[in-house]
Design a protein around this ligand. Structure first.
Ligand code: FES
Length: 86
């Protein structure tokens, strides 16, 4: 998902896939995936970034271009985000 971010602002990227506000955490992990925490990051400049929405990236919170794989639990939900911005 391509999103604008602001320098110095703290963001919480959803690592569990349950958030309704992808690619950001909305607190849903507390009930749906209590063992997973959001990845917090603070950009050092205003910019537009490509954040992973399918949760298969090896470079969280950023998309690394990982192809959608068959075992991606979030394939259906987030495939369009991923493909659209590759
Ligand atoms: S809702 Fe997914 S990490 Fe918080």
């Amino acid at each position: 998902a391509v999103v604008p971010v602001s320098a110095g602002r703290r963001y919480a990227w959803c690592a569990c896939g349950h958030s309704k506000k992808q690619p950001f955490c909305d607190g849903a992990h507390k009930a749906s995936a209590p063992d997973i925490s959001p990845l917090r990051f603070t950009p050092d400049k205003d910019q537009t970034v490509l954040l992973c929405a399918c949760k298969q990236t090896k470079n969280a919170p950023y998309c690394d271009g990982t192809p959608i794989v068959q075992n991606c639990l979030y394939n259906t939900c987030y495939h369009s985000y991923h493909v659209q911005y590759l």
